[in-house]
Design a binder for this molecule. Structure first.
Ligand SMILES: [Zn+2]
Length: 215
């Protein structure tokens, strides 16, 4: 991209840093491959944003999304729940644990809001905007609109789950939406990464690289 074509974050832009938490980093219970590599990229681009929101997966113990909650089920199996299909995960991001903490290597002191999600025991929430029942809101869209944000940029973990679902909901809420590919890493179970990119493209989510953002 030519310098003149680079995207310049403005006062109506917000960076949403998704789930950069110890459980999703190398050594964590649901480690995303190379997940730690997003941190220096995110720290660098965050400097260009006045508005930064971070999200934190924040489950109860024995959360419905944990394989261990369901007799005889293993991580990465899929079950049917009242709100749809649910991938079962290893226990992760239990409220108040070290695993649920945001990475200490994030350096974004100006972040204005931390959205916690997935804290209802019977419902998962990949999305930063809406829980997996498709109707319970986290309040994030209303917050961003109150702050006059029109464009959102997503980074973090994991591309094919919490980042993608957040991006799709951002489009539904009417935001111009960018996913910064090199500031994300995916889990990629059963073709989930390719499907997530296809779903995002169809919804009008723009796929960019951190180098497309003007410093
Ligand atoms: Zn979770």
């Amino acid at each position: 991209m030519l310098a003149a074509d680079k995207i310049k974050p403005t006062a109506s832009s917000a960076l949403i840093v998704v789930d950069v938490q110890n459980c999703f980093l190398p050594g964590g219970s649901l480690a995303v491959k190379d997940g730690d590599q997003v941190i220096p990229v995110i720290n660098r681009i965050a400097k260009d944003f006045d508005n930064v929101v971070m999200t934190q997966d924040w489950h109860t113990a024995h959360h419905i999304s944990f394989a261990s909650t369901h007799d005889g089920k293993k991580p990465f199996e899929v079950i049917k729940l009242p709100y749809g299909n649910q991938v079962l995960w290893p226990d992760h991001c239990v409220q108040g644990t070290e695993g649920a903490a945001l990475s200490k290597d994030l350096a974004i002191p100006q972040a204005g809001l931390i959205v916690r999600k997935g804290f209802h025991k019977e419902v998962d929430s990949y999305s930063a905007f809406t829980e997996a029942d498709g109707k319970t809101t986290t309040g994030l869209a209303a917050y961003l609109k109150a702050r006059k944000v029109k464009r959102v940029f997503l980074a973090g973990l994991a591309t094919d789950f919490c980042v993608a679902w957040s991006a799709l909901d951002a489009r539904k809420a009417g935001f111009e939406t960018y996913v910064i590919e090199d500031a994300c890493r995916g889990i990629d179970t059963q073709g989930s990464l390719a499907k997530a990119w296809a779903d995002m493209a169809k919804a009008g989510v723009k796929r960019i690289q951190s180098s497309d953002i003007a410093a």
